[in-house]
Design a protein around this ligand. Structure first.
Ligand code: PLP
Length: 424
């Protein structure tokens, strides 16, 4: 492998390539191949941007047909037939069957653009500044979203202070979920708390980067009720957890809440193409034309891919049912893997197909990830000290590849634990 071109010319800021040091050439479905043709099972899925696998044939066929017909690719935010088809498919097959009614805002194409728009809108609607975000949150790298992100390394890279956000304890982080709700309620309703009145709440239902911490339905309902009483929007960041990752299209579907604003990106285009979307309740659509602008709002190839993904996977419940089966299988396998570790040293985290094993030590998780890569599996880590081995397989993964990937993970863990024991 010759990777000197990257080392010499690509900025030091590059990161995933350091964990998975191969030069990749092609990818299909659950597999990605390096230049020498070695296959790797992909349990990273572009950090949940490839929920339907690499180069999904059903989606590719519609994108290539669109390109062949010289369909419009770039159009700023002008009306296009591709955009209209996407809106109609999204409303018909995603929103209406779930009893949801939102207006759609297309911000710039990255997740962080959606979060910026949502935060701005909450501030504009309430006339206040203070967004309430949560411990271990991750919302993106542009300054607004970064101010709601907790990772100290990423925050310090901003080079300026990151105001306008107050962090509250995430569900369960003070022990019982009720305690955090009570703390929040007391802090935000007490004029003597020193915390500015909120402009909105920004929450992930499963903290994808923060360690696969999950919010319970009771906690979320308590949060939604607090937001209602304070008359501020509840924003759900579904950028990583949405598009089926938690087993339903939206992560909040079975939680008994209806957010006021929802951020989507990552797998929305179905094909790994950049595309983001903000869903907002009609009464919150107080934007002036062009007030939140951007050259790449509305990626037409993204619209075509997203429509294809929705029509192929979300028109009925079959796909969703297949996710429940896969999720149960992964969870059980991870539960079995816990027995490789000393009692209580490994716990299963997350939900849906966003599951992982918290092995308590960052170095151990990293070593497992590296060993898995050597064995042909791409799998990353997350959490406050990167102590969680995080599984994000394609939602479309075949049973055979799922079993094979989990088998590699077990073998890798056994090898690492054996080496660890030998070295003490
Ligand atoms: C929950 C969440 N929000 C926002 C973002 C930012 O998305 P992007 O990297 O596309 O800007 C991410 C990215 O990982 C994310 O996981």
């Amino acid at each position: 492998m010759n990777d000197s071109t990257f080392a010499e010319y690509e900025s030091n800021v590059r990161s995933y390539c350091r964990s998975f040091p191969a030069v990749f050439r092609k990818a299909s479905g659950d597999l990605i191949y390096d230049e020498a043709g070695n296959p790797y099972l992909d349990f990273l899925s572009g950090a949940s941007s490839l929920n339907y696998g690499h180069n999904n044939g059903l989606i590719r066929q519609e994108i290539t047909a669109y390109l062949q017909e010289e369909g419009i690719v770039h159009s700023l935010d002008m009306y296009t037939a591709a955009k209209r088809s996407f809106i109609e498919d999204f409303v018909t097959h995603i929103l209406k069957p779930r009893g949801l009614d939102y207006k759609l805002q297309f911000p710039g194409p990255a997740g962080t653009n959606a979060v910026e728009a949502a935060m701005k809108l909450a501030r504009k609607v309430t006339g206040r500044t203070n967004i309430i975000a949560f411990t271990n949150a991750f919302h993106g790298m542009s300054l607004g979203a970064l101010s709601a992100t907790t990772d100290p390394v990423k925050r310090s890279a901003a080079g300026i202070s990151l105001p306008g956000v107050t962090f509250m304890p995430y569900c369960g982080s003070l022990g019982s979920p009720d305690t955090t709700l009570e703390y929040m309620e007391k802090t935000l309703t007490n004029r003597g708390s020193g915390v500015e009145p909120p402009a909105g709440f920004l929450v992930e239902l499963v903290q994808g980067e923060g360690g696969l911490n999950t919010a319970t339905s009771e906690w979320l309902q308590g949060l939604a009720s607090l937001a209602r009483r304070l008359e501020v929007p509840l924003i759900v960041d579904d950028i990583q957890a949405g598009c089926g990752r938690t087993g339903t299209f939206f992560s909040f579907e079975e939680m008994g809440i209806t957010p006021d604003i929802v951020c989507l990106a990552k797998s929305l285009s179905g094909y790994g193409l950049p595309m983001a979307l903000v869903l907002l309740k009609r009464e919150l659509d107080v934007w002036q034309p062009g007030e939140h602008n951007g050259t790449f709002r509305g990626n037409n190839l993204g619209f075509v891919g997203a429509s294809a993904a929705i029509r192929n996977y979300w028109r009925d419940r079959r796909f969703q049912e297949s996710l429940a089966v896969k999720s149960a299988y992964i969870r059980q396998t991870l539960q079995d893997l816990c027995t490789l570790f000393p009692e209580g040293e490994a716990v299963v985290k997350g939900r849906g197909l966003m599951l992982g094993l918290d092995v308590k030590h960052g170095l151990l998780a990293e070593t497992i990830s590296r060993q898995a890569f050597t064995n042909g599996l791409i799998i990353e880590t997350c959490g406050r000290s990167d102590q969680v081995v995080k599984l994000l397989p394609p939602l479309t993964i075949s049973d055979e590849n799922l079993k094979a990937g989990l088998g590699i993970l077990r073998r890798s863990m056994e090898q690492v634990l054996e080496d660890t024991l030998l070295s003490v």
